[in-house]
Write a protein of this length. Structure first.
Length: 427
């Protein structure tokens, strides 16, 4: 039987910021012990809550809600801006530690990953003792705590890691589902959003157990394909493989499931900017060039759609990826609230592969037009003519600076205005 560990940092942003503050000043307030949040701006009251302390949770503060709403619930709330360089550094330390056990790891966000325990099981007396050993080592060497869920598949491992926190190890095997999973409210099941949970309760389905025992045909009638997925998850069925990071992949991409639905193009493009930076950096790190870029949207109705476009010239520039992603988004979005956004690159080439320059790269043609101008009734193209060698050197320089000083140490001049409004975290 396969065994999967889901490893999730407890209140990652808050814990990492608290550690950093205490490391610089032992007399500083420990953010974990007072009503506090990470994210947003106290003066402007803009932004969203990225992480909250347990004392803040007692006031009803929720992750993903506007900072202004959180302040109304708790006027004395301590607001700390996010430190992405710190979070990236701590995430790398965590992944380096975990890779000392096995390379079979799928990182799904900055603070969580899946590990295939099966190949290394013989090194430990039991899965529980292994998980506790790993968790204790993280606490001792890195200074923060994690929850670890142990299960035969990724779904159940993730559900198990969400049980009692912090610094806990939980199992969720098939024979434990009736006692541990089924009594939970239906809204706690992975991939059951707020609107789906409300509709299920209107149908008299209040717990995960009741969902598991509902006729799947009935669920498909009301929820289409998502109904079948919810039924499978309620019964612990998940066949998704562990996608181990590899530079030999046919494509490189990233996506984020949003804590709150996005309803404006401006918000969406802030997220696309951050995704473009991440995907571009991964392409450059793996020494690959993309020939095609795809934008994926999943709406709050759980409908998904995507559209792709070939790049004028194979590349890995974050700025170029962002320009193409914005154009694809404008063509694709139907104004329905967005639950997930993703950017995917494909048809990868080695960076030393021979590449034929396009008219754009040679500076002969430029489609840069005044904002709002239309061409043949279509949205104005977002392409800019860029010297490819200069762009390559710029990207390499920015990557080196960010690797040394953090991802916010330098911002592209053409995107600086948007970067200031970029999302504080993506998974």
């Amino acid at each position: 039987m396969s065994l999967i560990f889901h490893i999730d940092v407890n209140s990652a942003y808050l814990s990492w910021s608290a550690m950093e503050r205490l490391g610089k000043d032992e007399s500083a307030v420990d953010l974990r012990t007072v009503p506090s949040i990470i994210g947003g701006d106290e003066k402007s009251r803009h932004g969203v809550v990225l992480a909250k302390s347990i004392p803040a949770k007692k006031y009803g503060v929720r992750t993903g809600e506007p900072v202004a709403a959180a302040l109304r619930k708790c006027p004395s709330l301590l607001i700390i801006p996010p430190d992405h360089a710190l979070y990236s550094k701590m995430s790398r330390r965590l992944m380096n530690l975990l890779h000392s056990y096995t390379s079979d790891i799928e990182q799904v966000s900055i603070d969580e990953c899946y590990m295939d325990f099966t190949p290394i099981a013989r090194q430990f007396s039991s899965p529980l003792s292994a998980a506790r050993t790993i968790a204790d080592r993280i606490k001792t060497e890195l200074g923060f705590t994690v929850n670890i869920g142990i299960a035969p598949n990724k779904l159940l491992a993730k559900m198990a890691s969400d049980f009692e926190k912090p610094d806990k190890v939980h199992t969720l095997f098939q024979d434990e589902i009736p006692d541990k999973l089924w009594p939970l409210p239906v809204g706690e099941l992975f991939m059951v959003g707020h609107s789906s949970a409300e509709r299920l309760m209107q149908l008299g389905i209040r717990t995960i157990g009741e969902l598991a025992h509902t006729d799947p045909d009935f669920l498909q009638l009301h929820f289409k394909s998502h109904g079948k997925l919810m039924w499978e998850y309620a019964n612990g069925i998940d066949h998704s493989p562990l996608n181990v990071d590899s530079h030999t992949l046919k494509g490189i991409g990233n996506s984020t499931t949003l804590s709150a639905d996005v309803t404006t193009a401006e918000e969406a493009k802030q997220i696309l900017l951050a995704l473009s930076e991440q995907v571009g950096a991964r392409l450059r790190k793996s020494h690959q060039l993309a020939q095609t870029v795809t934008v994926e949207i999943k709406y709050n109705t759980f409908q998904s759609c995507s559209r792709q476009m070939p790049l004028a010239t194979p590349g890995s520039s974050s700025g170029v990826l962002y320009e193409y992603a914005c154009r694809l988004f404008d063509e694709l979005w139907n104004r329905t609230p967005i639950r997930l956004l993703g950017i995917r690159t494909s048809k990868l080439l080695s960076e030393d592969a021979p590449v034929q320059l396009s008219l754009f790269d040679m500076g002969i043609v430029s489609f840069e037009e005044p904002a709002g101008k239309q061409t043949s009734g279509k949205p104005a193209p977002a392409f800019r003519h860029i010297n490819p060698e200069k762009q390559k050197k710029l990207d390499e320089t920015m990557d080196r600076i960010r690797q040394k000083y953090g991802k916010d140490a330098v911002v592209r001049g053409s995107l600086m205005k948007k970067q200031k409004k970029s999302p504080d975290d993506l998974t």
